[in-house]
Design a protein around this ligand. Structure first.
Ligand code: PLP
Length: 383
């Protein structure tokens, strides 16, 4: 079986972990964490980057930093991972689900204004597949209504919007280093802070509501509990693993892009004959080849394609179940409008395996894809 995902290691992860062990500093915020912070700040340009133990944790920190409370509303897509919504629901806020664009499958910036109410406090955008949302329009509407913008850039490391790195544009950005993402540490994430006024409190929230970070920098002579918070920092072992990945992120992205392009070129003729729709990347969006998807004409064809791929020994998967249609989404959130595009897209989308190292088996993968599309097309006739 060719797996859907296979974690890639650069070869230096264990060396760095060994070094962390020799340093005798295994808890958070040691030398490896600082090196990761430095690389992220240098490459993304946020005024502060803080490692966390997941993108989920980064989103929770964002909800705390923005003081979201019972009944506040946060505008977001329904077509996303559960953490985007959960982080705000944990504070008692209400996700307001807005439809996505047909081309990029990102939050439709033209529908945001109509979803704003007196309770709206923030917009949480998701850069799906590492392709940027229309940030100029989104920042403009946020500015007009005084709303914070959180970028769920879980999939967006090394991607850009009009030359600006994703995660650096909104008030706060959230990255994921989960093993399914482009740079990994098993579980892991980072909070990117683009408003200098939020930096001190972010450090406090991340350190259980204490000012321990200032204590360790020698800025105060004892530390104490001063705010709400939790333990959101990863250990040095995780940071050591991550450093090896971040040092190679350019090369990793280049290799992913060449696989992405090979899929895209293969799919061109199938798009021309109407069997699939390929991803659409606006020219002002620099993307990171986080994932490659195809849109099939219907749910039954999508399911037939996945089944055929599996028979050929290649695992393809779909996501997401739109949040507004889930039990928790209905209980804690609210749909704005029909969410027509979301409903149609989520039935038709399939993700193909894309991981560094798959190159040597790529002929097998494409042969399975060809057969999958043929099988899916005959399924339609049988319907
Ligand atoms: C992966 C992902 C997350 C969650 O990331 P974790 O690091 O696993 O918590 C959140 N949002 C989106 C859009 C994701 O793809």
């Amino acid at each position: 079986m060719i797996p859907f995902n296979r974690p890639y290691t650069t070869g230096r992860e264990l060396t760095y972990i060994e070094e962390a062990c020799r340093n005798m500093h295994l808890s958070g915020d040691g030398v490896f964490t600082r090196k990761c912070h430095h690389l992220l700040e240098r490459d993304i340009g946020s005024c502060k980057a803080l490692l966390t133990h997941s993108c989920t944790a980064s989103l929770e920190m964002a909800a705390l930093l923005l003081n979201l409370a019972q009944g506040d509303e946060v505008i977001m897509p329904s077509y996303t991972f559960v953490s985007t919504a959960n982080a705000f629901v944990l504070r008692g806020a209400v996700p307001v689900f807005v439809d996505i664009r047909e081309d990029t499958l990102n939050l439709d910036e033209n529908l945001i204004e109509a979803a704003i109410t007196p309770r709206t406090k923030a917009i949480c955008v998701v850069h799906y597949a590492g392709v940027a949302c229309e940030m100029d329009a989104i920042m403009a509407v946020a500015g007009k209504y005084g709303l914070a913008v959180v970028e769920d850039a879980a999939q967006g490391i090394r991607s850009s919007y009009r030359g600006k790195p994703l995660g650096s544009i909104g008030t706060l950005g959230c990255l994921s280093f989960h093993e399914t993402k482009n740079a990994i540490s098993g579980e892991g994430g980072a909070l990117l802070i683009n408003d200098a006024r939020l930096v001190d409190r972010a450090e406090i929230i991340r350190e259980k509501g204490t000012n321990r970070s200032r204590f360790f920098r020698g800025q105060i002579d004892k530390y104490t509990w001063i705010d709400v918070g939790s333990s959101y920092l990863p250990s040095e072992l995780t940071a050591a693993f991550l450093l090896a990945q971040l040092e190679d992120i350019e090369e990793l992205t280049r290799r992913r892009l060449s696989i992405w392009t090979a899929y895209h070129e293969w799919a061109a003729e199938h798009e021309a004959s109407g069997l699939v729709r390929r991803p659409i990347i606006p020219t002002h969006c620099g993307h990171n080849a986080h994932l490659y998807y195809l849109l099939l004409p219907s749910l039954s064809r999508r399911q037939a394609f996945i089944a055929s791929m599996k028979e050929s020994g290649v695992l393809a998967v779909f996501h997401y179940v739109p949040l507004h249609s889930t039990p928790a989404g209905m209980k804690y959130g609210r749909a704005h409008g029909s969410l027509d595009v979301t409903n149609r897209i989520s039935d038709r989308l399939v993700r193909l395996p894309l991981w560094v190292g798959i190159e040597s088996q790529f002929d097998t993968v494409l042969a399975a894809c060809d057969k999958g599309l043929a099988d899916a097309a005959s399924e339609q006739v049988a319907d």
